[in-house]
Design a protein around this ligand. Structure first.
Ligand code: AMP
Length: 182
């Protein structure tokens, strides 16, 4: 019953062809977020996958900006801390910074120093896993902090872009969990 509800909830994710550029099939989660019961089912399912992990999780690390929506709701459900990873120039204090390559060009992510320390265990959360570049850059920030990552958690994974394989190659031992493989 709950499984069927979850499948229906995930079916609200809309495909937008050729956005933001030709050839990209954008996965738009906003119709799902706008539906209260569907959003609730998805948050419950993500929360269950975190509580099923063998480790106790101290904090969720979420990536600007759609990751914040899921991460915030999950932290409330699980009573964990929330650590923001943002685009450059948004965080006011000393940061860890990771520059990384996109399909075309470069980008960077930053995380405040001192929020995570050795001995802490985190889960990194984002909406969509595509090539894996973003979550791996985020993982480097967690590595710089000394904390350990139990899992990378996504609503949806675009299988043909092989992000799961990229993570497993770069960071064997970190679980990759997604509710839906498209
Ligand atoms: P990647 O680094 O290639 O794994 O891309 C993942 C990041 O880009 C996530 O923060 C996603 O929100 C966003 N993203 C990449 N591709 C898509 C897509 N086809 N639809 C929606 N979001 C995407």
């Amino acid at each position: 019953m709950a499984e069927r509800g979850l499948v229906n909830a995930l079916s609200l994710i809309a495909d937008v062809p050729d956005y933001p550029k030709p050839g990209i099939l954008f996965k738009d989660i906003t119709p799902l977020l706008a539906d209260g019961p569907a959003f609730g089912l998805v948050v419950d399912a993500l929360a269950n996958s975190i509580t099923s992990l063998p480790q106790k999780i101290d904090a969720l690390v979420a990536i600007e900006s759609r990751g914040f929506i899921l991460g915030g709701a999950l932290c409330r459900a699980l009573n964990t801390g929330f650590v923001t990873v943002r685009k450059p120039g948004k965080l006011p204090r000393d940061v860890h910074r990771k520059d990384y390559q996109l399909e075309y060009g470069f980008d960077a992510l930053e995380m405040h120093r001192g929020l995570l320390t050795k001995g802490k265990v985190v889960v990194i959360v984002d909406d969509v896993l595509a090539t894996g570049g973003t979550v791996l850059a985020c993982q480097e920030l967690v590595d710089m902090s000394g904390a350990k990552t139990a899992a990378h958690l996504f609503l949806l994974e675009i299988s043909q872009l092989n992000g799961r394989e990229a993570i497993q190659r770069a960071k064997p031992g970190i679980e990759v969990i997604s509710l839906l493989r498209a």
